[in-house]
Design a protein around this ligand. Structure first.
Ligand code: GLY
Length: 328
């Protein structure tokens, strides 16, 4: 049994493992683990206290996938509910659909009797407002045309959700060997209202298939959407690659995405044998995992894959020169 998570999952990984040890399913474990991140007021990228969109509304996205039967549930742009991961799970279990957004998702959450909650904390509101004011946009953001004029500059200045510890990923394998994967986020801070990233998009930010493994992403969601990143990891394993090779290949695919806002991209993954791995285009990024025989989770470095082919080649030639000098 194992639980793998993005680093901010450290607040919930022990509880997720406890669910597995008590005989719970991989789905139960990731839902439990993600709840703790969604409720963490110090994490401004997920759930309660997530940073809001440009209009000051906290909009949450989440998805869950059951690797036993390739079933999924997802919600996008949900306001007023602390645990979008549980709404996503209900979508998977109760509806003939797999993806609800906006008012439809909120209506469904109310029907399922999830409690309503004001998610905008004073701290998140202060960060939101300070940043708007610092960039002299406080007065203009409600004008759509002004917003569109400024978005290029604005997004570069302000909006990397990784700065606020950025989205959560949980993958679990239970005692039966079943795999599930979940992702939850408040998305790109100061985003255009209604914007969805990779987190609720199955294949982009989340994928699980018992036959091969699972993968999930954090970072600049638009890149993972355009490259189909999570599904790519699984497909590369299907084609015969090891998990390490598959993750590397999926990261390299991102080099072809011509994105003027390109930023951090990170993958956590698990293969069908229960081996974890993680990848990032940021040098110091970590992930966390816990197996059933560990008392505490471990944080480990992700495999670093630079953001561009040029940087990758430069790194490799510097490394080769370094080892030549050592050998000489
Ligand atoms: N990866 C989270 C997002 O882009 O919304």
């Amino acid at each position: 049994m194992i639980v793998v998570a993005s680093r901010n999952g450290n607040v919930g990984i022990r509880q997720a493992m406890a669910v597995l040890k008590a005989g719970g399913s991989a789905l139960d474990a990731i839902e439990e683990g993600i709840h703790h991140v969604e409720s963490n007021p110090a994490d401004h990228s997920v759930g309660y206290s997530g940073l809001p969109n440009l209009l000051g509304e906290v909009e949450l996205d989440a998805s869950i996938m059951d690797g036993r039967r390739l079933a999924s549930g997802a919600v996008g742009s949900v306001r007023g509910y602390e645990h979008p991961i549980s709404i996503a799970r209900k979508v998977m279990e109760e509806l003939p659909h797999c993806f609800l957004v906006g008012t439809g998702a909120e209506r469904f959450a109310a029907e399922m009797e999830f409690p309503k909650k004001d998610l905008l904390t004073p701290e998140a509101r202060r960060i939101w407002l300070d940043t708007l004011n610092r960039n002299a946009l406080g007065g203009v953001y409600r004008e759509r045309t002004d917003y569109l004029d400024k978005i290029r500059e604005w997004v570069k200045k302000s909006a990397d959700p990784e700065k606020y510890t950025g989205t959560t990923n949980f993958i679990a394998m239970d005692a039966r060997g079943d795999i599930a994967c979940g992702v939850s986020t408040s998305g790109w801070a100061w985003k255009y209202p209604g914007r969805l990233g990779d987190s609720p998009v199955i294949g982009a930010g989340n994928y699980a298939d018992n036959r091969y493994g699972a993968a999930a992403c954090t970072g600049r969601g638009e890149m993972a959407v355009n490259a189909g990143t999570a599904r790519s990891v699984i497909l590369y394993m299907k084609m015969g690659m090891s998990l390490e090779e598959a993750g590397l290949e999926a990261m390299k695919d991102l080099w072809a995405v011509q994105d003027p806002y390109a930023g951090s991209m990170n993958i956590v993954a698990l293969d069908r044998f229960g081996e974890p791995a993680a990848f990032s285009n940021q040098k110091t990024a970590l992930y966390v995992y816990m197996t059933e025989d560990m008392d505490e989770p471990v944080e480990k470095a992700r495999t670093y894959v630079p953001m561009t082919r040029q940087e990758w080649e430069k790194e490799r030639s510097e490394r080769a020169e370094g080892s030549e000098r050592t050998a000489g």
